[in-house]
Design a protein around this ligand. Sequence first.
Ligand SMILES: Cc1ncc(COP(=O)(O)O)c(C=O)c1O
Length: 429
Amino acid sequence: MRADAGASLSGMTIATTRAACLALDAADPLAARRARFRLPEGLNYLDGNSLGVLPAATPARLSQVIAGEWGEGLIRSWNAAGWIEAPRRIGDQIGRLIGATPGQTLAADSTSINLHKLLAMALSLRPGRRVIVSEADNFPTDLYIAQGLIAQLDGQHELRLLPAGASAADYEAALGPEVAVLMLSHVNYRSGAMHDLRRLTAAAQAAGALTLWDLAHSAGAVPLALDEDGADLAVGCGYKYLNGGPGAPAFLYIAKRWQGQARSPLTGWFGHAQPFAFEPDYVPAPDIAQALCGTPPILSLSALEVGIEQFEGVDLVELRAKSVALCELFIALVESRLAGQGFVLASPREAARRGSQVCLRHPAAWPICQALIARGVIGDFRAPDILRFGFAPLYVRYLDVWEAVSELEQVMRSGEWRQPGFQIKSKVT
Ligand SMILES: Cc1ncc(COP(=O)(O)O)c(C=O)c1O
């Protein structure tokens, strides 16, 4: 297999037999975590970077919240069951996964809405600066939100995009005195490429700009140290590695030093200093609560809380080590068993520059992905030609990697991906 970004494997010993993969699972300190998830029988799920697996504890927790807290407690549960504190409480739990001390993270709204709020706040903190720097291959919603915000403001701002795969040095060179915000996804959704958060944060700040990081593909998979790295603002998804369920609330991070400095553009009552004073005039909360808008979705937040609880007691360095090992194993097996089948590695070869997913480019990526799904191996497709495999280290086994490559080999050698049924495009890929 050729690689887009050439570099050698990191020198790990790669398991080359099924038995060796079983031995790796037996020695895996995180192996027992898998039992905390409801993985459908016979399914090899490599899409936890898109929608995380249902934690076994979620249905009972939701039943209790619905029947007990809502059904019996009704309105009293806002206080008695701690509903009112849920965005902060769950935010602080997420904070532990992203290196944020309490009071800087909220579970709220969607990633898109949080991007809107935080980008507007960042721009207001840099009046006179007109440029938002981002990446052409950033997740589209990030770019669309920036475009929409520019149109809503005075139209004088500019979204300046560096090409996909631009290096840290390229970003450093792009950070002139006109730049207000550097807005990037830490791990790219399509390629899995990971930026150097600490280095780019420092570079942006040295140029007088703020950083807004999208951690959708990092939180719960890659150890983060937002406080230590001096991050300004960040957002991320609750339904990917955090296992909060489809459309789960997202999160946002505002470093303490910026709280009270900028106003959210969505000045709903939950961001008011005293929501239950019911004053006619808006007075922003002095702290992170200012980034809240309306009534928090308690059922969804309850599911998200269970998802995050699955990380309790997990050493994030160990988690990352397993994620890297799973990805390396996948790459090595694809290289040795699928040589000559037209796959190109679309993720960085160097583990340190990659998140927890591996992407393969192939002209027939869509039908190959469908043929794999028919065999019970769930990855996904990203236009125009990418097969994406996510390795959520809480529940993916080394054996799953082995089996996935075996199935992929079967799909290619049999040519079954050519079947007409696999060519039909679905609405959601
Ligand atoms: C990097 C990134 N940001 C944002 C989103 C989605 O945002 P939202 O939850 O608002 O749809 C995704 C979804 O896959 C993503 O990959």
